[in-house]
Design a protein around this ligand. Structure first.
Ligand SMILES: Nc1ncnc2c1ncn2[C@@H]1O[C@H](COP(=O)(O)OP(=O)(O)OP(=O)(O)O)[C@@H](O)[C@H]1O
Length: 281
C-alpha cells in the first residue's frame, strides 16, 4: 500500500492537518505512528482505513481493512452477537463463519458471556473488546488500530498483542497509534511521527541491531530450532532475525510479542525446538 502526496484539511478554508505524506506500507509489517494531541494521527489512520478521503494526493493498493476507531460507536440496537455477525457479513464472511469467529474472539477476550447483551448496555472495556473483535474477525490484510488497547484489561491487552503478531506473521500490514510508548516495544518495523502537519520517520533508538528495525528496544526471545531437511523457515516479520547454521539449525531472535506465534508456526511446520531463552533489550 502506498500514499503519494497525501494531504487532508477539513473545509475549503481550513488549515491543513497533514500535507505531502509519501509513505510505503509493506506487507508483513508493523508500523507505529506517534505525535502530540491534535497532531493528526487519527486523521491519518482514518485515511489509511479508507473511511476518510484525502483532500489531495492518492492512496493505492489498500488491502481488505479492519479498523478500530478511537471512539467506537456502540449505538446500534443490536446485541453483541448480532452486531458482530452483521459486521462479519459486511466483511464478506458467511453467516456461519461470522458467528464462529465472533464467538472465538469473544472467548479469547474473556467476553463470551456478553454475546446476548445489547451493545448499549456494554461496559466501556467490553465495548472495546467488541470493537477489536469486529476488526480482527475477517483476518484483514490491513489492520488499523487507533488506541485500540485503551480500556482493555491486562489479559485482553495481551490477547491483542498476540493478535497483532498473528496478523503480521500471516502477511498483513498492521498500523497503530498508542499513548504507551512501550506498546509492542521492539516489534515495530517502522515508526513515524506526525508533527507540524508532516510525517517523518522516527530514528532507531537501538542502532542497526535489527534489520528493518525501528523505534524501541524491548525484550526479545532467542529460539534455536532444527527444521525438516531442506525446508526453509516460515515467512517471518522483518523484526525477527534469522541466522541459519550449518546442518539445518536456525537461530531466531524475535520481539517477545511474537514468541507464541513464532513457536506455533515452527511447530506447525514440524520444526524441532531445541531451546527458547529470553534476552534482555
Ligand atoms: N471532522 C473534523 N472536522 C474538523 N476538524 C477536524 C476533524 N477531525 C479532526 N479535526 C482536526 O484535525 C486536527 C487533528 O486531529 P486528530 O484527531 O487527527 O489528531 P490526533 O493526533 O489523533 O489527536 P489525539 O492524540 O488528541 O487523539 C485537530 O486540529 C482536529 O481539531
Amino acid at each position: 500500500m502506498r500514499l503519494d502526496g497525501v494531504g487532508r484539511r477539513y473545509g475549503l478554508r481550513g488549515d491543513w492537518v497533514l500535507r505531502e505524506v509519501d509513505l510505503s506500507l509493506p506487507e508483513r509489517s508493523l508500523v507505529r505512528f506517534e505525535g502530540g494531541n491534535g497532531s493528526g494521527k487519527s486523521t491519518l489512520l482514518r485515511m489509511l482505513a479508507g473511511v476518510e478521503t484525502p483532500t489531495e494526493g492518492q492512496i493505492t493498493g489498500r488491502p481488505s481493512c479492519g479498523y478500530v476507531p478511537e471512539r467506537f460507536p456502540a449505538t446500534m440496537p443490536l446485541t453483541t452477537r448480532g452486531y458482530l455477525t452483521h459486521l462479519g457479513r459486511v466483511h464478506g464472511l458467511s453467516r456461519t463463519v461470522a458467528v464462529r469467529r465472533a464467538g472465538e474472539w469473544l472467548e479469547r477476550f474473556g467476553a463470551a458471556g456478553h454475546s446476548d447483551t445489547p451493545l448499549s448496555e456494554l461496559s466501556k472495556g467490553t465495548s472495546q473488546k467488541v470493537a477489536v473483535t469486529q476488526a480482527l474477525m475477517a483476518r484483514p490484510g490491513l489492520l488499523v488500530l487507533d488506541e485500540a488497547w485503551t480500556g482493555l484489561d491486562h489479559d485482553a491487552r495481551t490477547v491483542l498483542d498476540h493478535a497483532v503478531a498473528e496478523r503480521v506473521a500471516e502477511g498483513a500490514t498492521v498500523v497503530f497509534v498508542d499513548h504507551d510508548p512501550g506498546r509492542l516495544a521492539g516489534a515495530s518495523d517502522a515508526a513515524y511521527r506526525v508533527e507540524g502537519g508532516r510525517l517523518r520517520p522516527v530514528a532507531e533508538k537501538d542502532g542497526p541491531r535489527r534489520r528493518g528495525g525501528a523505534a524501541g528496544g524491548g525484550k526479545r526471545v532467542r529460539v534455536v530450532a532444527e527444521g525438516p531437511p531442506g525446508q526453509p523457515p516460515p515467512a517471518l516479520p522483518a523484526s525477527v532475525i534469522a541466522e541459519q547454521l550449518p546442518g539445518g539449525t536456525i537461530v531466531l531472535t524475535a520481539p517477545v510479542a511474537y514468541s507464541d506465534v513464532l513457536l506455533g508456526s515452527l511447530l506447525e511446520q514440524n520444526w524441532y525446538i531445541r531451546s527458547v531463552r529470553e534476552e534482555s533489550a
